[in-house]
Write a protein that binds this ligand. Structure first.
Ligand code: NAD
Length: 245
């Protein structure tokens, strides 16, 4: 039930961090994976690592905020059964100092980008008539308050509502849309922060008293990608060690 053999997955923002991990996980379950990134050459290492372990993948240059880039990529979407909307950015600052340009950039990528990518891929899924699964990477901060990341927190709340609304409208085509809401997951770009005094203090306030690792998300990712979640749509799965940060 959890196998992904015969399915094609497309992961946005797959050149590093969680996106690269999601792509490798889906490939290890048998999916053929299309890796997306703004620059295709940034995907060489991730693609190489997947192929080394016997996985199948291809690469695609795609900026999720750019309608022309999505239109150019459209032919690649015909085979896609699983879309992972992972591309996202964050800008940190106190509320009163939060820059309007940062607000625009974060909302543009995390909300409009997710919307445009879903619209493009779900349109292709409808045309192919095989249904599909869309997995939106939200965040626990879209459900609960968190300081110094106002635009990001608002964007992830919007991603959750986008999940529910698109789930409602796309169900008639057999397309399911669900969200993962991870808590704090350790990756290369945030490792330094977690090693600081304020980072360590936050970790002590997570009920499980540790950061998440990318592979802590595997079970929920595979569930949502596979037919095992065939009666789930519009759901949000929280994976956060109990959060309470
Ligand atoms: P990351 O910065 O390593 O990865 C984000 C990826 O998105 C990068 O590869 C980047 O190039 C890509 N990207 C940015 N803008 C893009 C665009 N316009 N078009 C295409 N690709 C674009 O960060 P990450 O921690 O791996 O985050 C991945 C996702 O998980 C994000 O949506 C993030 O908000 C979410 N998330 C992360 C955590 C965490 O603790 N790491 C927690 C909850 C949610």
């Amino acid at each position: 039930t959890f196998g992904l053999q015969g399915k094609t997955a497309f992961v946005t923002g797959a050149s590093g961090g969680l996106g690269a991990h999601f792509a490798a996980t889906l490939a290890s379950c048998g999916a053929e994976v299309i890796l997306g990134a703004r620059r295709a050459d940034a995907l060489a290492d991730v693609a190489g690592a997947i192929r080394e372990t016997g996985g199948r993948c291809s690469t695609l240059a795609l900026d999720v905020t750019d309608a022309a880039s999505l239109a150019a990529a459209a032919p690649s979407f015909a085979q896609v059964d699983i879309l992972v909307n992972n591309a996202g950015i964050v800008r940190e600052s106190a509320f009163l100092e939060h820059d309007a340009a940062d607000w625009d950039a974060v909302l543009d990528t995390n909300v409009k980008g997710m919307f445009l990518a879903t619209q493009a891929v779900a349109g292709a899924m409808k045309a192919a008539g095989r249904g599909g699964s869309v997995i939106n990477i939200a965040s626990i901060v879209g459900l609960r308050q968190s300081g110094n990341i106002v635009s990001y927190a608002v964007s992830k709340a919007a991603a959750i509502q986008l999940t529910k609304v698109s789930a409602l409208e796309l169900a008639r085509y057999g397309i399911r849309v669900n969200a993962l809401a991870p808590g704090y997951i350790e990756t290369d770009i945030n490792r330094e922060f977690w090693d600081s005094d304020s980072g360590r203090a936050m970790i002590r306030r997570i009920p499980q008293r540790r950061l998440g690792q990318a592979n802590d998300l595997d079970g929920a990712l595979i569930l949502l990608a596979s037919d095992a979640s065939r009666y789930m749509t519009g759901a949000v799965i929280e994976i956060d060690g109990g959060h309470l940060c």
